[in-house]
Design a protein around this ligand. Structure first.
Ligand code: MD3
Ligand code: FE
Length: 212
């Protein structure tokens, strides 16, 4: 086993086109975490409102040319932070590199995301079953990076009624969602209280997308 394989041990196929890479972000964590922490200080995560008028339990912030937004008009992407009207900062090299390497490992070459949604889950926060369909090109995969407290990820199928499989995601895990799984329903169970040495009392998820 070479050094690279040793540090990044395995990939697990969880559905057609979906690939779980446990611990894949750990070798880069020394550079990744300070970068996320600094971003969240400068661009504090906010609760968005769903188009139906509910406040989301998860708090969000973004990096990149486009940030995911939700308001009474619907879901979509915006080049500016709606709470400040200021452009989101560019995607840092360490995040672009990690996303491209993970996508490559899952068989998607040349992945260049233009959006990184940062979801911050305090204990009890959850995300209901939904599909990601606000992006232009569904042939582009999505890469997610989990940080901090663990969470149970719910991974369904192409129909809302498909029974979800539970995936225990931990700090440093990366999942690449492409192919058929790109349109599958998914969500996150309520995060259990705890303390993580880097993030403290929360789970943070980075979702990297080619949105535009
Ligand atoms: C499976 N976030 O922001 S990331 C989201 O942990 C979102 O914060 C979750 O779902 C989180 O939209 C899950 C993993 C993820 C992202 C996109 C997917 C899984 C996906 C798209 C299709 C299938
Ligand atoms: Fe999603």
């Amino acid at each position: 086993m070479d050094l690279f394989t040793e540090q990044r041990p395995h990939s697990i196929a969880i559905a057609e086109g979906a690939c779980w890479l446990p611990g894949f972000a750990l070798p880069e964590m020394h550079a990744l975490w300070p970068c996320v922490k600094h971003h969240l200080t400068a661009h504090p995560p906010q609760h968005m409102m769903t188009p139906m008028g509910y406040v989301m339990s998860v708090q969000t912030s973004s990096m990149g040319a486009l940030g995911w937004v939700s308001n009474a008009q619907g879901y979509g992407y915006s080049p500016v932070n709606p709470s400040t009207n200021v452009s989101w900062p560019p995607l840092p090299a360490v995040i672009l590199q990690l996303a491209a390497e993970a996508a490559g490992k899952a068989g998607y070459s040349q992945f260049v995301p233009d959006s990184c949604l940062i979801n911050v889950y305090a204990p009890g926060c959850k995300m209901g079953l939904h599909q990601d369909k606000d992006e232009k090109d569904f042939t582009q995969p999505i890469v997610s990076v989990s940080l901090g407290l663990p969470a149970t990820f719910l991974f369904g199928g192409s129909k809302r009624s498909d029974k979800p499989v539970k995936i225990p995601l931990q700090h440093g895990d990366v999942v690449v969602w492409g192919g058929a799984s790109r349109r599958f329903y998914h969500g996150v169970s309520p995060v259990k209280a705890g303390t993580h040495s880097l993030t403290g009392n929360c789970r943070i998820n980075l979702t990297l997308r080619k949105a535009g």
